[in-house]
Design a protein. Structure first.
Length: 184
């Protein structure tokens, strides 16, 4: 009986927490999958100004170069760190699902086709300012991929996304919609 009560109690807490508004500056994971030794996640985030959105985390743990005004005499650059790159999917679940469906249609385009998304780079566990993420369809040995190139003027990063990952994210979002029907 105690176990049943404990399970019911935690289920109520989880349901209550998922139904509440997300506080500003807090990231809430909605879906997370691991594929090909990479982690992909869909999360919600509310900015300090109240702007709410769903984001797709495409790449984590990037090493890149940051210009540092000539302190390094060899390459004129230093090794820096971007924790994560993500694209904005939409302001609610329906818009996020529509963007994921649009990503699937990009795999039918010819290699070299490009489009733009709103993206953000995460540095020191803080979501950066919105920037433009260019998406290019590329052809690899085992099929087409979407290459996302992030450049906010100071940092650059790139990440690839395969079709099976997008399909897995869509399936997970549909399952999450059944579990949490009242989430935004």
């Amino acid at each position: 009986m105690k176990r049943l009560f404990a399970v019911a109690f935690f289920a109520c807490i989880a349901f209550f927490a998922s139904a509440q508004d997300t506080p500003a500056g807090i990231r809430m994971e909605v879906v997370e999958i691991e594929q090909d030794d990479n982690e992909f996640a869909i999360f919600t985030y509310k900015d300090e100004d109240g702007t709410f959105g769903y984001y797709l985390s495409i790449g984590r743990e990037f090493r890149l170069f940051e210009a540092n005004d000539g302190e390094d005499g060899i390459f004129n650059a230093s090794l820096s760190h971007v924790d994560e790159s993500s694209i904005w999917l939409g302001a609610n679940r329906d818009e996020a699902m529509g963007t994921l469906d649009y990503l699937l249609t990009l795999y039918d385009k010819d290699p070299g086709f490009s489009t733009e998304f709103s993206g953000r780079l995460t540095r020191v566990m803080k979501l950066g300012d919105p920037t433009v993420a260019r998406c290019v369809v590329i052809k690899r040995l085992f099929g087409k991929r979407l290459l996302f190139i992030f450049d906010n003027g100071r940092y650059t990063a790139d990440a690839e996304l395969v079709k099976s990952t997008v399909k897995a994210l869509i399936s997970s979002m549909k399952f999450d919609a059944k579990l949490h029907p009242n989430r935004q």
